[in-house]
Design a protein around this ligand. Structure first.
Ligand code: PHE
Length: 377
């Protein structure tokens, strides 16, 4: 026993004296790997790990090897809080990528702020992710545009490209993303001379939208805005068509999943939604990315994966600039990033940690997403 203790003491002493050559940096990822939006979580994980592997293969970041730690939040705010606490307190990560949806990222942003750990969400677009009650949460950043812009893009499109006058809006009252963008869209649609003839909410576990759709039908809406994630949108679209509602269906980025068409079938055919990128874009960055992702994962990268790749590389760029694994220095470097060239386009951080960048509008044609146009901020 004594011998063992002595040997251990020597080992500890040696370890303590060892010069720190192999430096490491721990980066956490929070993403919905299970639950109602798991296609989002899977692409984000794929892309995050791809960016980390690429960096590690080329010698790491600022001389440090990246240790990734991945947590599932199931798209649930409480799970997201638990994941952030674990990463910050237990795993002692120096930075976080995530989470993915606004409802999971809002609690993560509060913990990043109190724990003083910089975090960047690839894709959460609600304003409350980086600002609460008018106050900037300065440890929180995002690699995407925000919903006031996205709502306006789709309102303008409905008015000026589709020539729609009467909009119905159905949203999930318990989801900040859904509720927020419902408002941004409606405000913009009205400002542009349109009328919002139905504005109805549902709950997060609702699966029967019959009563709401009866109201929509009676309202005579010529366009229906569905600001939610693909699973809910799929159900609502299907039930709308079953009720004989022929109005055009439009929506925001939450529609982006191969599962939308699987759930909705023909019901979403011809529908339009705003998104962060299109795999059909011919910019060389996009072509190279789509090729690389397809080779590795056998599918076309969606906006989530693409934003996650950009967000991770943006964070790595900040770590390089800071030349340090110190969370405070990484935060400062993130705040000062300008002209970052990602796959989804060039962006700069505004004063609220939001990326300023363009949106695209896609149409579902023949069950596939077709690129229609780019809309600049
Ligand atoms: N913007 C959505 C949110 O804030 C998440 C999302 C981004 C979904 C991109 C699909 C594509 O919750």
């Amino acid at each position: 026993m004594k011998k063992l203790a002595a040997a251990m003491a020597v080992a500890l002493l040696l370890a303590g004296c060892k010069p720190q050559t192999a430096k490491e940096i721990r980066i956490g990822l929070i993403t919905p790997l299970t639950g109602d939006v798991k296609t989002f979580g899977e692409s984000v994980k794929n892309a995050f790990e791809m960016a980390v592997d690429e960096a590690n293969k080329s010698g790491g970041v600022a001389g440090m090897r990246i240790i990734p730690i991945v947590e599932d939040d199931r798209n649930d705010p409480t799970e997201a809080s638990n994941a952030a606490s674990k990463l910050i307190k237990q795993d002692r990560v120096q930075a976080i990528v995530g989470s993915v949806t606004s409802k999971a990222t809002i609690p993560v942003s509060d913990l990043a702020q109190s724990g003083k750990i910089p975090a960047i969400t690839p894709s959460a677009t609600n304003p409350k992710v980086t600002v609460a009650d008018g106050k900037r949460k300065n440890y929180m950043f995002r690699a995407c545009f925000i919903d006031p812009f996205q709502g306006k893009v789709m309102a303008k499109f409905a008015r000026e490209a589709l020539f729609k006058d009467k909009a119905a809006v159905l949203y999930d009252a318990s989801n900040d993303y859904s509720k927020g963008i419902a408002e941004y869209f409606s405000d913009a649609f009205k400002l542009m001379g349109g009328k919002v003839v139905a504005y109805e909410s549902y709950g997060k576990d609702d699966v029967d939208f019959s009563a709401l759709l009866t109201k929509v039908k009676a309202s005579g809406a010529d366009v229906i805005f569905l600001p939610d994630y693909y699973n809910k949108v799929g159900l609502i679209a299907k039930q709308a068509r079953e009720k004989g509602i022929g109005a055009a269906l439009i929506g925001p980025d939450g529609w982006d999943s191969p599962d939308l068409v699987k759930i909705a079938g023909d019901a979403v055919e011809g529908g339009y939604f705003s998104n962060h990128y299109s795999p059909d874009d011919t910019r060389p960055e996009v072509v190279a990315w789509v090729k690389k992702y397809r080779e590795k994962f056998g599918q076309t990268p969606d906006a989530l994966g693409t934003l996650a790749y950009d967000a991770t590389n943006l964070l790595l760029e900040a770590i390089r600039k800071a030349n340090s694994g110190d969370p405070e220095k990484i935060r400062e470097a993130l705040a000062s990033i300008k002209g970052f060239k990602g796959v989804t386009g060039e962006s700069a951080m505004d004063d609220n940690g939001n990326a300023v960048k363009s949106a695209v509008i896609l149409q579902i044609t023949g069950g596939k997403q077709k690129f229609l146009k780019v809309v600049n901020p």
